[in-house]
Ligand binder design. Structure first.
Ligand SMILES: C[S@@+](CC[C@H](N)C(=O)[O-])C[C@H]1O[C@@H](n2cnc3c(N)ncnc32)[C@H](O)[C@@H]1O
Length: 284
């Protein structure tokens, strides 16, 4: 199976998710953690209170839980949602068992499409979350999630959403057209792609939420050969599929050779978004 994302079908292999996990971990903003902790404490969830209930949409192999669960104190129950059974099983098996203060973390797996998420599903949730997910969704899907979160009165944390901006070092004259083609590909069939954070922020704001956003860029250094190679191949495949003329015939070989020689670096810009219900501590 290909280690790279198959952009045409939006399916993701465990190998690709494993390859990107370290870069994701390094990129994630830590600034949302304090307001999130304050919000959870005010809800009575966490140390000295009831278990924190987290719903992770599009959990993949569970990277969000591996990052977040050990950074929150107190017992936690993670509801892991994905429509891919293989990824979901890996997430269930590899969710951390203890939180920041050694309390128990439990994981429950839900094999389901997030199209079917309703306020009822989030009724007992303190935090709805997702990682590398928003740009894969449509406006209607984001609206449904935001309305369900609002009705449940829970916090929402969506991390690692692509912004559409990529800086390659050294640059090449074809880079801007390739970026345009890739971003257009991400917007195919009504998907939000690079418009996801702005749309999600506006949606939560219209519901009266406090919205905080934080940069969370991947910094691909020249020595990150495996990830850069896989990311570049996926990017060029999508750009070629969308606008074939955007990728000069010698560009892929040129860039991949640079990558193998450890002469290619990239910053792939992402954004993390935290939305908190008004009236709770935790927002500025
Ligand atoms: C880019 S992966 C991110 C996985 C994980 N959150 C991470 O950060 O590694 C996107 C995930 O969303 C899932 N997904 C996409 N559309 C979905 C949908 N409509 N319902 C449920 N899961 C979905 C995919 O199966 C995949 O696991």
């Amino acid at each position: 199976m290909s280690p790279t994302p198959d952009h045409s079908h939006a399916t993701f292999t465990p190998e690709w998710l494993a390859l990107r996990e370290e870069a994701d971990t390094d990129a994630r903003a830590t600034a949302p953690l304090d307001p999130l902790r304050a919000h959870l404490t005010a809800r009575g969830a966490g140390p000295g209170g009831r278990p924190i209930r987290v719903t992770d949409l599009g959990c993949g192999t569970g990277a969000q839980g591996r990052w977040l669960a050990p950074r929150l104190a107190g017992p936690q129950t993670w509801m892991l949602h994905d429509l891919d059974p293989r990824l979901l099983n890996l997430a269930g098996a590899h969710t951390p068992r203890t939180s920041a203060d050694g309390s128990t973390v439990q994981a429950r797996m839900h094999l389901r499409d997030l199209n079917r998420i309703s306020a009822t599903d989030l009724a007992d949730t303190d935090l709805v979350t997702g990682s590398a997910l928003l740009d894969l969704l449509t406006r209607d899907q984001v609206l449904a999630i935001a309305r369900a979160a609002d009705e449940a009165g829970c916090a929402a944390l969506f991390t690692l959403t692509v912004t559409g901006r990529v800086d390659l070092y050294p640059s090449h004259p074809a880079d801007p057209d390739i970026t345009t083609a890739f971003n257009d590909h991400q917007r195919r069939a009504g998907l939000l792609g690079p418009d996801a954070t702005a749309f999600t922020a506006q949606t939560f704001l219209s519901l009266g939420r406090r919205v905080l956003t934080y940069p969370s860029p991947w910094r691909l250094l020249p020595e990150h050969t495996d990830l850069t190679r896989a990311w570049l191949r996926g990017r060029l495949r999508a750009a070629t599929e969308q606008h074939p003329a955007s990728v000069p015939s010698d560009y892929p070989r040129h860039r991949l050779d640079q990558c193998e020689r450890r002469e290619l670096g990239a910053v792939v810009h992402h954004t993390d978004l935290l939305a908190l219900p008004d009236g709770y501590p935790g927002h500025p």
